[in-house]
Design a protein around this ligand. Structure first.
Ligand code: SF4
Ligand code: SF4
Length: 77
């Protein structure tokens, strides 16, 4: 798995204004079958830790504040 170094280029984007991870939410981290999402304990927000994704979408659909957007590559749509 490639470590995601540039957050702007990963397919899963987290809207930090909406993410409530600092209040204890870990839903996206818990539902991701690949374990590629994590909570950044400095910012208190979720982020994509590894640039690997099945585009299965539970992170986006289960996020209670709709903070996650998954960019599905055109060829997979
Ligand atoms: S599920 Fe949504 S609100 Fe919760 S940690 Fe993930 S991005 Fe943040
Ligand atoms: S779309 Fe699926 S694999 Fe990709 S980050 Fe979300 S839960 Fe994980």
């Amino acid at each position: 798995m490639t470590l995601a170094t540039t957050l702007t280029q990963v397919p899963v984007k987290v809207d930090n204004d909406k993410c409530i991870a600092e209040k204890g939410c870990t839903v996206c981290v818990d539902v991701c079958p690949l374990d590629v999402l994590a909570i950044d304990h400095v910012t208190g927000k979720a982020f994509m830790k590894f640039d690997e994704c099945w585009y299965c979408l539970p992170c986006e659909t289960d996020c209670p504040t709709s903070a996650i957007h998954v960019d599905i590559p055109f060829l997979l749509r």
